[in-house]
Design a protein around this ligand. Structure first.
Ligand code: CMC
Length: 401
């Protein structure tokens, strides 16, 4: 009944009008609110670009000062959360911890819950509603790094660290992860800057699977902590945010560059996936992959070259000239940044967390836009094409064959 067009995987369905991020997948263009990603990566910072993504324009000096201080102030964690983290097993995947932790945060902030405060809590658009929304935005961005650092330290049986004052967003994050007691501990400035650039290029990518999940979940008017937890779960998968972890597992399994041809053949036979290659939207190199390469050069000057780099380059070169990949327009995406994270000493299963933490910004920008969109929020409820049985009558258990 009625015309329904089956669009498996949403290849051609637009679900919202957006002013946030522009991608031209054929030309390899990515812009946040009109600004090219290359300019932002070179001249801006993660938090400045976060402001841009969420509120639509680059902040004035005073606007930025307020935004940054609110976010850093909200990094401090409720002590109840420490018990929560200690309840995980020592070998829990940090993405499982982070996903649950975002949902747990919702339990601490009843003021953010439309089920308790009224359904129009975020859609009113009045001063109070906007201020409540801003507070949740500061909290979620501020606490994302704290939760991630807690997930990192709890597995090592280490005490949690209170966010320091006087450091940048990524500086504070590295401090909370690595601090071992010296009063004047400071993260390496080159690594701090590199992480900031990687955070900035991961901050948003329009309606990817996780952002769509946040919006779909948010469309029921649930609190933003629950919506972000849902997005985090979606990002965890190896086809999305888990790909940076999968890239390194793949490179380790390939081992030496001389094993690359056999791996490529296995991919072509569809026995293996070339993680870090291919994208739903880009049909040429992902513009972020060039920024990743430049950042890798900076980081390797401090850390030394990763031993998997030769294998990664051999794989890249082999794929880029192979008919299978050329025909399907498969090129490197952003996920070879796993090599940088490895060189910086992050554990392998922590890499998706380094994607999720900055992506909180994009999720919130889209969530805020949807809450304030003209005409209000419409619940996201797609239709299906039913191909199951026609009506049949119940058969008692003794009569079934
Ligand atoms: N390795 C081998 N073959 C591939 C790959 C790959 N990485 N990606 C796509 N293909 C093939 C696919 O098998 C299909 O071939 P055929 O036409 O013979 O059936 C063709 O290329 C088209 O691919 P698709 O699966 O229809 O493309 P999609 O848009 O549905 O999937 C993707 C996009 C990113 C899930 C996919 O390219 C992939 O699995 N890549 C590897 C995982 C990865 O790196 N993910 C990170 C994406 S970027 C960061 C992010 O947004 O999370």
């Amino acid at each position: 009944k009625g015309l329904r067009i089956l669009d498996k995987g949403f290849l051609n369905t637009a679900v919202i009008r957006s002013r946030i991020t522009y991608i031209d997948g054929e030309a390899g263009v990515l812009r946040y609110r009109g600004y090219p990603i290359e300019q932002l990566a070179q001249k801006s910072s993660h938090l400045e670009s976060a402001y841009l993504l969420i509120y639509g324009s680059l902040p004035t000096r005073d606007q930025f000062k307020h935004f940054e201080s609110e976010i850093l102030r909200h990094g401090v964690m409720h002590s109840d959360a420490e018990e929560f983290f200690r309840s995980f097993r020592y070998d829990a995947h940090p993405m499982s911890m982070l996903t649950s932790a975002f949902a747990m945060l919702g339990s601490l902030y009843g003021e953010a819950n439309p089920s308790l405060q009224g359904q129009r809590l975020y859609t009113n658009g009045d001063k109070q509603s906007l201020a409540t929304m801003d507070r949740q935005i500061y909290r979620l961005i501020g606490k994302a790094t704290t939760l991630a650092a807690m997930a990192y330290r709890v597995r090592q049986g280490r005490e949690f660290v209170t966010p320091p004052t006087g450091l940048s967003y990524t500086g504070s994050f590295l401090y909370q992860m690595d601090h071992i007691g010296e009063e004047d501990y400071k993260p390496n400035p080159v690594l701090e800057k590199a992480l900031d650039v990687l955070f900035l290029i991961h901050a948003d990518h329009e309606l990817n699977a996780s952002c769509t999940t946040v919006l779909q979940t948010g469309s029921s008017l649930v609190d933003p902590y629950s919506a972000i937890a849902a997005g985090c779960a979606s990002l965890y998968g190896p086809l999305h945010g888990g790909a940076n972890e999968a890239v390194i597992r793949m490179l380790i399994s390939i081992g030496k560059p001389e094993n690359v041809p056999a791996f490529i053949e296995a991919v072509k036979k569809k026995e293996k996936t070339l993680s870090g290659f291919g994208h739903r939207v880009y049909k040429t190199s992902d513009p972020r992959s060039f920024i990743v390469r430049k950042t890798a050069d900076e980081v390797f000057k401090v850390t030394g070259r990763d031993e998997l780099l030769e294998t990664a380059m051999a794989l890249h070169d082999a794929a880029m000239k192979d008919e299978y990949f050329v025909k399907r327009k498969l090129a490197p995406n952003v996920d070879f940044c796993g090599l940088i994270y490895r060189a910086m000493g992050f554990p392998l299963d922590f890499f998706p967390v380094l994607f999720a933490v900055p992506r909180v910004v994009g999720w919130l920008a889209h969530w805020r836009q949807m809450m304030l969109q003209e005409g209000g929020v419409k619940i996201w409820r797609p239709r299906q094409v039913y191909i199951g049985s026609t009506k049949r009558d119940y058969v008692p258990v003794d009569e079934r064959v």
